[in-house]
Design a binder for this molecule. Sequence first.
Ligand code: SF4
Length: 372
Amino acid sequence: MYELFRPRALKLDSGYVITCPSGKHARISDKEFLQFKRKNIGKELYHKLSKAGIIITNANKQAVVNAYRNSKQFHSPEIHEIEIGSLELSKRLAKFLSGIPSKRLKIVIRGDKPLEKLEAIKLLLKSLRHSVSLEIYSDMESMNKERLRILNKFKAKMVVPLPIKAGHWLTKIEVIGIPRVSAKILSTEFSGLKRIRLEPDLFENSKRYVKFWQALIESLVNTDIIELETLELYKKAVLGGQSLTCGAVINRLAYDSKGSIFPCYNAMLADEEFFKLGNIQSTYQELIKSQPVISMLKSEFAPNPACSKCAFSPYCENCVVDNFLEHGSPSPIAGARLCRIRKQQYEQIFKWAYGSTRISRMLKAWIKTKDL
Ligand code: SF4
């Protein structure tokens, strides 16, 4: 006896991947798919599907509930994207952040000339009781030895747009924007893998973006470069990471230099009143109970009938900003630009994951990389 857990099928070149709402999945052959469709499941297939949680039996019921619960966990926000401002603002921000129950925070400094505001960054970090990892977006123009020394002390990771001028000072790096993948990257402290992230401008045209993305991943075989967007999608889909939303409010918040709070940095740039959640004058506890936060979470988790049959809905992150800018509402709509991109990417990622090509091997190796 078994029940089906809202399964969705994705056709591969040979066989199918069946996914279910907890994000678990299993690959089955064409013959097994026919059995599955006719609800005439043999012993071997029964075992495979119950192990993956796609059919629910008395033996796996609790494990399926646990997997589903974990996939929808609400985290306190750990990523904080900050447009750094005055020393006074750093003090107030530290007070606000001290109300966050997480042990670890990732502080991401963005905005104009952050290297010239190191005093404000230092003050913020020193005032926090959390264990902190620091990431700074900078073109590195105003880097010098003293600033590098301070950044190294905080083990800062720099996010740098390409092309980088040879000889630039870098600590750990992540490179955004890809006019040229082969930029020369120097590293003072970090000799491991380099990371890149695709340039959001390419989102403008979904076909062009996906084509470029596929070619890029192909070109990374046998290099020491990791592409972060692909790694994140792969982790979510293949390793059952919980996504369902992009993480705005749930595990990230952004702050402008006046102390206003937004769901994420892109929401801050969107310059829409809709995305303003509050101000750091309040406490964190007051913020998370406030109406703007509740409305934002409702939009992020709004069930979308158009997605209900999509095999990728357990993994597909819903970008409230992208939705809002595209069709004036934060709720997702199937067929929107990000949907078109993600559908093609997830399909390709499952093909790689269940294949044995050079790219499949490269993605498996990326997953094992420490220090990402
Ligand atoms: S937005 Fe598109 S890709 Fe994402 S779950 Fe909905 S239909 Fe699938």
